[in-house]
Design a protein around this ligand. Structure first.
Ligand SMILES: [Zn+2]
Length: 78
């Protein structure tokens, strides 16, 4: 009864001041701060619409879905 399902519908809610509970680090757009992917186990986990997911190695480049900026990630963030 205590789980707000509406809050999980979109990942727009991002706790800014709380520590991440896992070792995963988010990769965000340098321009609009949109979440591009999540780094885990030395690889970047990219998630797209319709359930398409990609697990890629570094370096990785991806275009932001929001603003179209090409983002680079050269190494796993720590
Ligand atoms: Zn962007």
């Amino acid at each position: 009864m205590a789980y707000p399902l509406q809050a999980r519908a979109r990942s727009s809610l991002s706790p800014l001041s709380t520590k991440p509970t896992t070792s995963n680090s988010e990769w965000r757009c340098t321009r609009c701060d949109k979440l591009l992917g999540v780094c885990r186990d030395g690889r970047m986990h990219l998630r797209f619409a319709r359930g398409h997911e990609y697990l890629v190695g570094f370096p990785v480049q991806a275009t932001c879905r929001g603003c179209g900026t090409l983002n680079h990630a050269t190494a796993p963030a720590r």
